[in-house]
Design a protein around this ligand. Structure first.
Ligand SMILES: [Zn+2]
Length: 141
């Protein structure tokens, strides 16, 4: 996801108890560990989940550091009206322990002022000095 919006982050949403990425775990024990830099993502799917969570909690630093230097924006503009609510992983290719590239197809559910919406995208990831990073994505219908 590389959603860029005009509005800037004013007030970050509260840190959720359950991890936004969809795994049955507490945020602090799941994507929170990646966001705090305690562990790194072992697979493209894991970095995808952690980036979705980073959009949900508006962790700009993590989003930038998990972005390929070639496509990384200068900053991430979060839409304060947007709430990323749920992530569905639809499929993956490559992106494992022994791969250097991978794709993750997902559906990300959000809400803007009460109205539900979804983003269906196939994201490309690759390893940058060993760490999985987001390269770019194609929006699917
Ligand atoms: Zn998580």
């Amino acid at each position: 996801m590389s959603t860029r919006r005009a509005a800037s982050a004013r007030k970050a949403p509260p840190i959720p108890e359950n991890c936004p990425c969809g795994l049955p775990a507490a945020y602090v024990d799941c994507c929170g560990r990646l966001h705090r830099g305690e562990v790194t993502a072992g697979t493209a799917e894991q970095v995808m989940r952690s980036r979705f969570s980073a959009f949900a909690v508006r962790d700009e630093a993590y989003l930038l550091r998990s972005w390929d230097p070639e496509t990384r924006p200068a900053d991430v503009d979060f839409d304060p009206a947007m709430r990323w609510e749920r992530l569905e992983i639809l499929g993956t290719t490559g992106g494992g322990m022994f791969h250097t590239e991978g794709t993750v197809e997902f559906r990300a559910h959000y809400r803007v002022r009460g109205a539900a919406g979804e983003l269906h995208e196939r994201s490309r990831f690759r390893r940058d000095r060993g760490a999985w990073v987001y390269l770019d994505g194609e929006i699917e219908p």
